[in-house]
Design a protein around this ligand. Structure first.
Ligand code: NDP
Length: 276
């Protein structure tokens, strides 16, 4: 067995994941000895792959699409935020051999919005597009920042309603279909759909974004996403993609595993420069 602590990200597809690069930059920066690789794992082989990974001495895992709900079920114990979101993106081996499940996506988003981009969340009117796993992970951390209200719009409206009901004890949150928000205005629109991955856009009314409002696509790519372009075309003060969130959620996972917090700013700058 290797003496270097082993970490990995499991997902499908996983080939283009930036996580191995980000974690190796964190390890170099914090002088931690570890290895981190990406492994293509489909949902039906998840349990076997996780068991093998930890039996072979693995210390921690990230789980991405389509495995976050399975990871939530697999964990022996859950952080409060993971419990709430019903999705786990980080598994950490504990001293007693059990697996702790956590979800660092929401913290990553909030850090990128509020620290890296100085976007105010308190008292703001927030629209979340999409009601999948990513939306589940971001609602509680956003609510902690006391927004005026959160509206979730989704193609399959029932999923948005379920989500809104699950989080209603945390603050003012509601759900609707896209055509029901055409006369509303929001200070921040978060695209948590996977539409950008295929170059598509949810059906958005032209008047949705308030003056000086901001847009943020959780998805990212080498080119601006369709939603980032939509934000720019509709007067967004900032229209950003999710690369910063990716680095911030990774930093939080690194901290859970290693008890050392990497500096993210230089790494975000480096990754941004690599896609220009
Ligand atoms: P899910 O598959 O769980 O959910 C996808 C959501 O997108 C659903 O609400 C679905 O609607 C909606 N959707 C898909 N296609 C369209 C479309 N053409 N028009 C309108 N709505 C659409 O995905 P996740 O929640 O896990 O991920 C969502 C996005 O967030 C992805 O782009 C992912 O890469 C990104 N992400 C980024 C992270 C980061 O660190 N930057 C972290 C986590 C996620 P319906 O319910 O009707 O099917």
């Amino acid at each position: 067995m290797s003496k270097i602590d082993q970490y990995a990200v499991f997902g499908h597809p996983i080939k283009h994941s930036k996580s191995p690069r980000i974690h190796s930059l964190f390890a170099e920066q914090t002088q931690q000895q570890l290895s981190y690789c990406a492994q293509d794992v489909a949902a039906d082989s998840f349990t076997t792959a996780v068991t093998e990974f930890f039996q072979q001495g693995g210390k921690g895992l990230n789980c991405t699409v389509p495995l976050k709900e399975l990871a939530w079920q697999h964990a022996d114990s859950l952080s409060d935020r993971a419990q709430f979101s019903k999705a786990v993106n980080t598994l950490a081996l504990q001293a007693d051999g059990t697996l702790l499940g956590d979800n660092t996506d929401g913290l990553g988003l909030v850090a990128d919005l509020s620290i890296n981009h100085s976007i105010t969340l308190s008292d703001s009117r927030i629209l979340i597009l999409g009601a999948g796993g990513a939306s589940r992970g971001i609602i509680a951390p956003l609510m902690e920042k006391s927004p005026a209200h959160i509206v979730i719009a989704n193609r399959t409206v029932e999923k948005a309603i379920t989500l809104s009901n699950e989080f209603s004890q945390l603050g003012d949150i509601s759900a609707c279909a896209y055509d029901e928000i055409k006369n509303s205005e929001f200070d921040l629109i978060l695209n948590a759909t996977s539409a950008s991955l295929t170059g598509e856009l949810p059906p958005l009314a032209d008047s949705l974004l308030a003056k000086n409002g901001n847009c943020y696509d959780l998805a990212y790519g080498n080119e601006p996403t369709a939603f980032v372009k939509w934000g720019l075309a509709h007067g967004a003060e900032k229209s950003l993609d999710g690369l910063g969130m990716l680095v911030e959620q990774a930093a939080e996972a690194f901290f859970i595993w290693r008890a050392v917090r990497p500096e993210t700013a230089d790494i975000i700058t480096l990754l941004n420069s690599e896609r220009n």
